[in-house]
Design a protein around this ligand. Structure first.
Ligand code: HSE
Length: 377
């Protein structure tokens, strides 16, 4: 297999290192705008060099972002070159277009590293679907936010300091707001839901609330009440469709997710036959993520294709009701009516639709930019 690697950053550099000693594949080109003297003639700055070289059968992308990744992916697939990517933004946003392009040309499209870093989550989720109906998926799918929440739980540290450390460790996205505002995990949930439920979710179908506003005070309150706060993605089949959402979630200290440390991820599907199956491991970082990119290349060599559904199956947006912790200075009769009891600086509500609560938090964001909420399991 002759590979063109797009992006020589944290993950791309790791892919190159893992492939270097292998005999079944070779990185012929590395495309990056920056200069890397150690790459010699392998470094190219023009994508046309790659697309016009018939020897390159596979493009492995670790650049991130929508553009020019989308244009590169479409050009590669249309030219019949396999496309392997760790880019969750690209796959979640252009799921249908990319799958159709791959189906049309017969090229393979794989993105195991896009969800869960080094965890073989998507491949096994797709495998489970061969024999089972997936009823729900849920989990911790973002290493950076788990690292932040775990560190804040164990010692009183400033949010900004621990985020900076996550960036140094190579967990955080180039723009870390994608991590802390939940967009990274939203993208991973969209891809996972599409594979699990054979649906076609868009960003607007998946309400998301991140951990930007969590305070040390919130965390102490949760600990005293016996809760652990994690940023959790959930997707489930409901009576009326599929409900998928991302929110800080208060878990009992007995919940397996409560014990997930540092940048680890824990992702679970529940199948009708299989019951619960969970996948735990390094959800971010150079070599774990790069290893999954290389695994996809090996799968292609072994004759595997993509692992996606029909990608043309919009389903109605369902909802799910559960209690929430809400801390806000904004006044709201709607919230007052939901009051169940006080918890620290906030309140706990009666069960309420996730869609309504997310819409409410969005509606008060200008009035109270510090407001915080968390779903309660
Ligand atoms: N920023 C992501 C995370 C990288 O922290 O999980 C892996 O997708």
């Amino acid at each position: 297999m002759k590979i063109a690697l797009l992006g020589y950053g944290v993950v791309g550099g790791g892919v190159d290192r893992i492939i270097a000693p292998r005999e079944d594949m070779e990185v012929k080109y590395v495309l990056d705008l920056r200069s890397f003297p150690e790459l010699g003639e392998r470094l190219v700055h023009d994508f046309d060099t790659i697309i016009n070289d018939p020897e390159v059968d596979t493009v492995a992308e670790a650049m991130g972002g929508l553009h020019p990744a989308y244009e590169f992916a479409m050009a590669a697939l249309k030219a019949g070159k396999n496309y392997v990517t760790a880019n969750k933004h690209l796959i979640s946003h252009y799921y249908q277009e990319l799958i159709e392009a791959a189906k049309e040309s017969g090229a393979c499209l794989r993105c195991t590293a896009a969800v869960g870093g080094g965890i073989p989550w998507l491949v096994n989720l797709a495998r489970a679907r061969r024999v089972d109906d997936i009823m729900s998926i849920q989990g911790i799918m973002n290493g950076t936010t788990n690292y932040i929440l775990d560190t804040m739980l164990k010692s009183p540290v400033r949010f900004a300091d621990v985020l900076a450390r996550a960036q140094e460790l190579g967990y955080a996205e180039a723009d870390p707001s994608a991590d802390i505002d939940g967009l990274d995990i939203q993208r991973k949930l969209i891809i996972s839901s599409n594979v699990a439920f054979d649906c076609l979710l868009k960003e607007e179908d998946v309400p998301v609330f991140g951990i930007r506003n969590i305070t040390d005070g919130d965390i102490r309150t949760f600990t005293e009440a016996g809760f652990v706060c994690k940023l959790v993605a959930t997707g489930l089949k409901t009576a009326d469709g599929v409900s998928a959402w991302v929110e800080p979630t208060l878990l009992s200290s007995q919940d397996m997710m409560s014990a997930v440390p540092a940048n680890f991820n824990l992702i679970t599907y529940t199948g009708e036959y299989l019951g619960e199956q969970s996948y735990y491991g390094q959800g971010a970082g150079r070599f774990p993520t790069a290893a999954n990119v290389v695994q996809d290349c090996i799968d292609i060599l072994a004759g595997e294709r993509g692992f996606y559904g029909s990608a043309a199956n919009p389903v109605p947006q369902g909802s799910h009701a559960h209690p929430y912790y809400v801390r806000t200075s904004a006044k709201s009769e709607w919230l007052d009516e939901l009051f169940d009891h006080t918890l620290g600086q906030g309140i706990v509500t009666k069960p309420v639709s996730n869609l309504q609560m997310h819409a409410f938090m969005a509606s008060i964001a200008a009035e109270d930019p510090e407001a915080f909420m968390a779903g309660i399991r």
